[in-house]
Design a protein around this ligand. Structure first.
Ligand SMILES: [Fe+2]
Length: 447
């Protein structure tokens, strides 16, 4: 118990700049004769970029919100609402608590109509922790931004309303999806994945009598992470408004059209807890949802043995000090190559997972679903792709690791699949669904 309180105290102090109790900084009021333009909500898309809800470090009481606003924003107000939609708290956040973000500015990109262009992206990046929250509760929020335009008018813009649910239920569920490589000139990729999320949700409602509670993505959600417009377009989809999404950095999220690489593309597109190791703050992170400790890794900085050592040192530290009942480690790259079953990341991690008693290891990237038997303490699962376009060729004979691999699946290049994760106090169950909500595989980890 002491440990929980200590962690909570550290977090509150670390996040004091962004908690709901933040003392307001003074923002000079506009001159008396200032014209105020209160924009209709539907016209506010150009005032809020990539609004998304991410896990706080402890999801029973904290949720993080990430968004961008125009560079000339003076301040934003975040309104927290209860399930009935009544405002229960608000916080005024001056522009000084938001970072000026230029990491995507000038990057060569592509518009939805196929036109080549350079991204124009200089904006204020806000990350904000909604805390304290009650456990096992549905909440919503919206954001209002205040800025002065070139004519000296005060512009007030209001975002859409976003929803999330805190952890704390005895039994909960989540959708797990990856590899949809959202690419505006080919909108079918994103729509296939969003439809699959809704398919998993319908399945959850039928099976459990209620919606799933959140979404876990395992990377490659956009084709080029350096293309700020790709993130913006993706985050306007309804599933990002309805649920908290916990995600990680995939190789596509980490790259530009011209094969430049940076973990900042992921970092500034979201607002995850800043508890990763040096150089990976806001990219690698850990959080608890219910009785599970999730550890989220960044493969792109683990290619060398030195990079792998740094990551493993951090994972060991996090897991050895965790009091959570279940331990789940997530990375983008696959554990096994699905086409033949040959070993991939499994051999780099299995000793550590044995040492730290990891219950579930989640990967993606290969676009072929692979699920292992329980290998010592750990079940290894990697997700299929979900964009109906970039899947692998049909899988061949299982030539390697026959003793380890229990099930493989894909639909060839046009694969769409995702998982439902269900958890309670004694077990985690994963169910693989195809686009028609047909159950293809499941596994239960009990304790
Ligand atoms: Fe991928």
């Amino acid at each position: 118990m002491k440990k929980i309180i200590l962690i909570a105290c550290i977090l509150v102090s670390a996040c004091s700049k962004s908690s709901l109790d933040t003392p307001e900084e003074n923002v000079a009021p506009p001159a008396k004769d200032t014209v105020v333009v209160n924009l209709p909500k539907d016209s506010c898309n150009n005032y809020f970029f990539s609004v998304n809800t991410c896990p706080g470090e402890i999801c029973t009481s904290q949720m993080n919100v990430s968004w961008g606003t125009k560079a000339n924003t003076e301040y934003c107000i975040v309104y927290l609402m209860d399930e009935a939609g009544s405002v229960i708290r608000q916080a005024k956040l001056p522009a000084s608590v938001a970072e000026m973000c230029t990491v995507y500015d000038g990057i060569y990109s592509k518009k939805a109509n196929g036109e080549n262009f350079y991204e124009s992206a200089r904006f204020r990046k806000y990350s904000y922790t909604l805390s304290p929250l009650e456990s096992n509760k549905k909440y919503s929020y919206r954001i209002t931004s205040y800025s002065m335009d070139s004519k000296g008018r005060r512009i007030i813009a209001t975002s859409d309303t976003y929803h999330f649910k805190t952890a704390g239920a005895d039994s909960w569920s989540a959708c797990i999806i990856s590899d949809f490589h959202s690419y505006p000139p080919l909108p079918g990729r994103l729509s296939s994945a969003m439809k699959m999320v809704e398919t998993v949700n319908s399945y959850a409602k039928t099976k459990r009598g209620k919606e799933f509670d959140w979404v876990l993505h395992l990377g490659d959600v956009v084709a080029w992470g350096g293309s700020w417009s790709f993130w913006n377009i993706m985050y306007r989809e309804k599933p990002f408004k309805n649920w908290m999404w916990a995600g990680l950095n995939g190789n596509h999220d980490n790259m530009t059209r011209q094969s430049d690489y940076s973990n900042k593309f992921f970092k500034y597109s979201t607002g995850v807890p800043l508890n990763g190791y040096q150089g990976e703050e806001g990219v690698c992170y850990t959080f608890t949802y219910g009785n599970i400790q999730f550890v989220m890794l960044n493969n792109e900085d683990m290619a060398t043995s030195a990079g792998l050592s740094r990551a493993q040192e951090w994972v060991r530290k996090v897991l050895k000090s965790s009091i959570a009942k279940f331990k789940v480690v997530c990375e983008h790259y696959q554990w096994f190559y699905g086409s033949t079953g040959s070993t991939s990341q499994y051999s780099r991690w299995n000793d550590l997972f044995d040492e730290c008693s990891v219950d579930l290891a989640l990967g993606a990237n290969n676009h072929i679903y692979v699920r292992s038997h329980k290998l010592n303490n750990t079940v290894y699962v990697q997700t299929p792709s979900s964009d109906n376009e970039r899947g692998q060729d049909p899988i061949g004979e299982l030539e390697y690791n026959q003793d380890k691999i229990a099930f493989r699946w894909n639909e060839g290049p046009k694969t769409v699949g995702a998982l439902l994760m269900e958890a309670d106090n004694s077990q985690i169950t994963l169910t693989l669904l195809d686009r028609n909500a047909q159950v293809l595989d499941n596994v239960t980890i009990s304790k």
